[in-house]
Design a protein around this ligand. Structure first.
Ligand code: GDP
Length: 461
């Protein structure tokens, strides 16, 4: 780990690009105060470096000795700042050019440009944040639904960290007791009997399984569910798409086969996100333009996690519907058959479909609401025992993979116990599990993982 003093002093615009009321330029590093003194002239005549920490001081921002804007500056003395280093935040007017000029002023005064995610990276390296916190902040910046914001909240992060730390701590104590037994076989150290160790390992595996399972929820909330809407022409796919989107994003028309292109949008549905592609009908067609749409649909259906198959209950079932049912049989995705146009008299018996697809939903995409579909999808993709924002929920692929590794090693350790050769074999398995968990908690993290996580941040964060 770097020592604090070994960093350069960096600066970046921390607010989003474009016009806004105010923009914030953040300067962090050992020379932050000196840099600020060279480019910010408080109106009270005292240098900013002499001002009280955290107090907003009004003054002029200088570039090449000339005032270019006025604004407020505050200094934060290490370690009491976001990065844990000496930091100055300057708020100036939020024009595109003016913020760039203020940033240039910071560079002219000796700061260096910050890399993407570098402020948060420094915060992590200075012990201000755990790796899980840093990931959650990355997610928070990208969150596109209220549930995703909750999932990234401090409370939610604390729950997850506590759950992972708890498992790790218990594994460490089991390991300690094993080592004691290996090193001092004749002593009765009174720690864990084999039976107790086995029961502890089983409980750790159960706790790991719960966390691993929670990723299904975390992923559905954070990244969304790859979803395809399919069905024959005029079944009501575009109408359903619009219902989910809540706007007229796809053109709805009465002429069969007009939904040619594959549209893609991310929409929140209750707690989860759908990554939706609205697609052309699934059927043989001679029209080359439409053909592309149909082929894309087939490819997407293979990759989808959720397929919403729309059937028109107001018109008789056709070969196209049967072909769709056959295709659905070959897919690994979760499937929901939407029996659409429930507001019209039915032309066929829905049990035809129910026989083949266990999840069916009678719906009127036109004029109906998405509530019943939302319930169905949430039931499929989230664990109902979990409350987003309240419970420990795994939300990154990195955490999920690490937990799987830990689980694999702990279950090998359990096997070793059960087969009656606990000591050496089990010890090395438990050690590997602890390493995997430690990496998750940010306790021993390789530089590669750190770089990977922080490369996801934008400059200024
Ligand atoms: P697509 O070709 O599968 O995308 O079908 P559309 O969404 O374009 O719908 C075809 C026609 O069916 C349009 O005239 C829609 O207004 C109508 N439609 C869609 N859903 C319903 C419904 O639930 N009830 C009724 N009565 N008409 C619907």
């Amino acid at each position: 780990m770097h020592k604090m003093g070994s960093y350069s002093t960096i600066a970046a615009i921390s607010t989003p690009p474009g016009k806004g009321g105010v923009a914030v330029i953040r300067i962090s590093g050992p020379d932050a105060f000196a840099v600020a003194d060279r480019m910010f002239l408080p109106r009270n005549g005292q240098p900013l470096s002499a001002a009280r920490a955290r107090m907003q001081i009004f003054g002029d921002i200088l570039l090449d000795g000339e005032p270019i804007d006025d604004g407020l500056a505050a200094r934060f003395v290490a370690p009491y700042s976001y990065t844990g280093e000496d930091t100055v935040e300057i708020s100036c007017h939020g024009g595109f050019l003016i913020t760039k000029m203020v940033l240039s002023a910071a560079f002219a005064a000796g700061a260096e440009p910050a890399a993407a995610g570098e402020f948060t990276r420094r915060a992590f390296l200075n012990g201000k944040l755990s790796l899980t916190d840093a990931e959650a902040i990355g997610n928070l910046l990208e969150a596109s639904s209220a549930a995703a914001v909750k999932l990234a909240s401090a409370k939610s992060r604390d729950k997850l960290s506590a759950a992972m730390d708890g498992i790790r701590a218990d594994a460490v104590s089991l390991m300690g007791s094993l080592f004691a037994r290996i090193d001092y076989p004749d002593e009765d150290l009174g720690d864990f009997s084999d039976a107790e160790s086995i029961s502890l390992l089983r409980s750790l595996l159960g706790r790991l399984d719960a966390l691993i399972e929670s990723y299904r929820t975390g992923r559905a909330v954070n990244e969304g569910i790859a979803t395809v809407i399919c069905g024959k022409p005029n079944a009501g796919k575009s109408t359903l798409y619009n219902l989910l989107l809540g706007e007229d994003a796809a053109i709805v028309t009465d002429i069969a086969g007009t939904t040619r292109d594959v549209l893609e949008r991310t929409v929140p549905l209750g707690q989860v996100l759908l990554r939706l592609s609205d697609t052309a009908g699934i059927r043989e067609t001679a029209d080359p333009v439409e053909r592309i749409g149909v082929e894309k649909t087939q490819a997407r259906m293979k990759e989808a996690e959720l397929v919403l198959a729309v059937f028109d209950t107001a018109r008789p079932l056709t070969e196209e519907d049967t072909a769709l049912l056959d295709t659905l049989d070959t897919l690994s995705a979760s499937k929901i058959a939407i029996l659409n146009k429930s507001d019209l008299p039915p032309a066929w018996d829905a049990s035809e479909i129910e026989k083949r697809i266990p999840r069916t939903l009678s719906l009127s995409a036109k004029g109906g609401d998405g509530a019943s579909l939302r319930k169905e999808v949430e039931a499929l993709f989230t664990n109902g025992d979990l409350t987003v924002g309240e419970d420990a929920i795994v939300s990154s692929a990195r955490q999920h993979a690490g937990l799987l590794t830990a689980r694999e090693h702990l279950s090998l350790a359990l096997d070793a116990y059960l087969s009656g050769l606990p000591t050496d074999a089990a010890a090395s398995d438990i050690e590997r599990a602890i390493a995997a968990l430690g990496e998750l908690c940010g306790k021993s993290v390789s530089e590669a993982i750190v770089s990977d996580i922080f490369s996801r941040f934008c400059v200024g964060k």
